[in-house]
Design a protein. Structure first.
Length: 188
C-alpha cells in the first residue's frame, strides 16, 4: 500500500507490464532444456528447411499414390500410402521440435516452395520413374537429416539427434527396399 501512495496507478500498471514481459522472456523453453540459443540456431534453420522439403515430398507422394497405374498398381498404391503417412508424421514431429526450440514453424505451402530443394513432381510418373523420384527425394532428406544431426550434436541437442537418427533408420530401410523392388541390379 505504501507503494501505491508513492506512485500513481499508471506507474504501477507500467511496472507490472514490464515485470510480465521480463518473466515471459525468462520462460524461454531453451532455458529449461539447458540449450544455448546461439548454438541451436543452425539446428532450427536446418529443421525449417527439412520441414519445407518434407511438405513437398509429402505432396509428391500423394500425387504418386493417386495417379499410379500399371501392373504394379496394388503394391505401389499401398507403398505410396505408407510413405505419405510416414511423411505426414515426420512433418508434425519436425514442426513440434521447432516449437520446442523456440521457433515458429512455417505452415504456408507458398513459402515452402520458395525454399524447398525437393521440387514438385508431376502427377503421372510410371512405376520405375515414380520410385526413382522417391529415391532422389529420400536421398535429399537423408543428407539433410545427417547434417542436422551433426549440428544438433554440436549444440548438445540430444533430442534432435535422436529424432534425426529415428528418421534415418526408417528412410535407409525404405531406400534398400525400393532399390530391391526395382531390381537387384538397379543402379542410377
Amino acid at each position: 500500500m505504501q507503494y501505491t501512495y508513492l506512485c500513481n496507478r499508471k506507474d504501477i500498471r507500467i511496472y507490472t507490464h514490464y515485470l510480465n514481459i521480463e518473466r515471459i522472456k525468462e520462460m524461454n523453453t531453451l532455458m529449461y532444456l539447458g540449450l544455448d540459443e546461439n548454438k541451436v540456431q543452425p539446428v532450427v534453420k536446418g529443421l525449417a528447411q527439412l520441414l519445407a522439403d518434407f511438405q513437398v515430398f509429402y505432396a509428391n507422394l500423394r500425387g504418386l499414390h493417386w495417379n499410379v497405374k500399371g501392373k504394379r498398381f496394388f503394391s505401389l498404391h499401398a507403398k505410396y500410402e505408407e510413405l505419405y503417412n510416414d511423411a505426414a508424421e515426420k512433418v508434425d514431429e519436425i514442426a513440434e521440435r521447432l516449437l520446442q526450440l523456440g521457433a515458429t514453424p512455417e505452415n504456408r505451402f507458398s513459402e515452402y516452395l520458395k525454399v524447398a530443394t525437393i521440387k514438385e513432381s508431376g502427377n503421372e510418373p510410371e512405376g520405375k520413374e515414380g520410385l526413382e523420384t522417391v529415391l532422389d527425394n529420400l536421398s535429399n532428406l537423408i543428407k539433410q537429416e545427417r547434417a542436422i544431426a551433426k549440428l544438433a550434436a554440436e549444440a548438445d541437442d540430444d533430442a534432435t539427434v535422436g529424432l534425426m537418427d529415428g528418421f534415418l533408420e526408417g528412410q535407409e530401410k525404405n531406400v534398400w527396399m525400393i532399390v530391391a523392388f526395382l531390381d537387384k541390379s538397379y543402379k542410377k
